[in-house]
Design a protein around this ligand. Structure first.
Ligand code: GLV
Length: 306
């Protein structure tokens, strides 16, 4: 895959362990025209200004909250992401989390590995059924819709809220999924899954107040960005059993996870894996590379950010 890039440009490949330091990144892009980066790279004003010849920043991710897009734009730098190619993979993973938290898979595995399983028991780690219940989607873009498409297989009805649904008065029927206000969605849903990008408007969208609106029997799933949920407030809600459980793939301060969450049984914690299949990651990388090739050739990128 890299050979495509080698054919059109001299490539400087970072091979270090973990994310590149900001200092090294600034030094290495100072004479570059293109940058392929991932969501752990903070492409801020200082980094962008350190690369006067930069034409394109190609993020290997659908989210691009790690990039100062406004500053890039003001400098004439194109920013691209990798939408569509990871939609199905993330939607599958979201359902994996929904099933795992409602059926207590991680709790069961921990119990077994601890050596605490005493044999089959009628009432061992009883979970919650999905059939006949409401899945509430916060965000109804590509990934939210792909998650919704899988709901009939589990007998769930779908409700969603998105930026275009400001209040209950705006609610309309949208095929099998019902649009509603965030407040109504919080009150009526049995499983709530977050599928919005992180922006100033969505930071801590799920705060203490929102968590208190949820059913005590409800589950919260997040495969979007950690900061859409106030992690301290979530730990509090789980400790108080204000909600039944949560399954998280993303965190406010990755790779750190709040010590309160780590101590709780009613939360499933996985390390930002939702798009992580061999197939999807390779398609994502290929799309980012193709975006670079297009821009370097003076053509429009395939998937510029909005
Ligand atoms: C991963 O988190 C992505 O935005 O693709």
């Amino acid at each position: 895959m890299l050979s495509k890039l080698h054919a059109v440009a001299a490539v400087d490949l970072y091979r270090g362990e973990g994310p590149i330091s900001q200092e090294e990144l600034r030094a290495r892009i100072s004479d570059k025209e293109a940058l392929v980066c991932v969501s752990t790279d903070a492409i801020d004003r200082i980094v962008l200004d350190a690369a006067p010849q930069l034409k394109v920043v190609a993020n290997v991710a659908v989210g691009y909250d790690n990039i100062d897009v406004a500053h890039a734009r003001s400098r004439g730098v194109v920013v691209t992401n990798t939408p569509d190619v990871l939609t199905e993979s993330v939607a599958d993973f979201t359902w994996g989390l929904i099933l795992a938290i409602t059926r207590r898979l991680a709790e069961g595995e921990r119990l077994l590995r601890r050596g605490d399983w005493k044999g089959w028991a009628f009432d061992l780690l009883l979970g919650s059924e999905l059939r006949g219940k409401q899945l509430g989607l916060i965000g109804h873009g590509r990934i939210g819709r792909a998650v919704a498409a899988r709901a009939p297989a589990f007998g769930m009805r779908v409700a969603y809220t998105s930026q275009s649904v400001a209040d209950a008065a705006a609610a309309t029927d949208d095929g099998p999924a019902r649009a509603m206000s965030l407040d109504r969605l919080l009150i009526t849903s049995d499983v709530i899954s977050v599928h919005v990008p992180l922006t100033p408007a969505t930071r801590h969208l799920i705060d203490k107040r929102a968590l208190a609106r949820m059913k005590r029997s409800a589950f919260l799933i997040n495969t979007a960005r950690g900061s859409v949920i106030d992690e301290a407030a979530l730990a509090w809600a789980l400790q108080q059993h204000l909600i039944a459980g949560a399954a998280l793939d993303v965190y406010e301060h990755e790779p750190a996870v709040s010590s309160e969450l780590l101590q709780l049984e009613n939360v499933l914690l996985v390390p930002h894996l939702a798009s992580g299949t061999t197939e999807t990651r390779s398609t994502m990388a290929e799309l980012a590379i193709d975006n670079v090739i297009e821009v370097l050739a003076g053509r429009p990128p395939l998937t510029p950010v909005a």
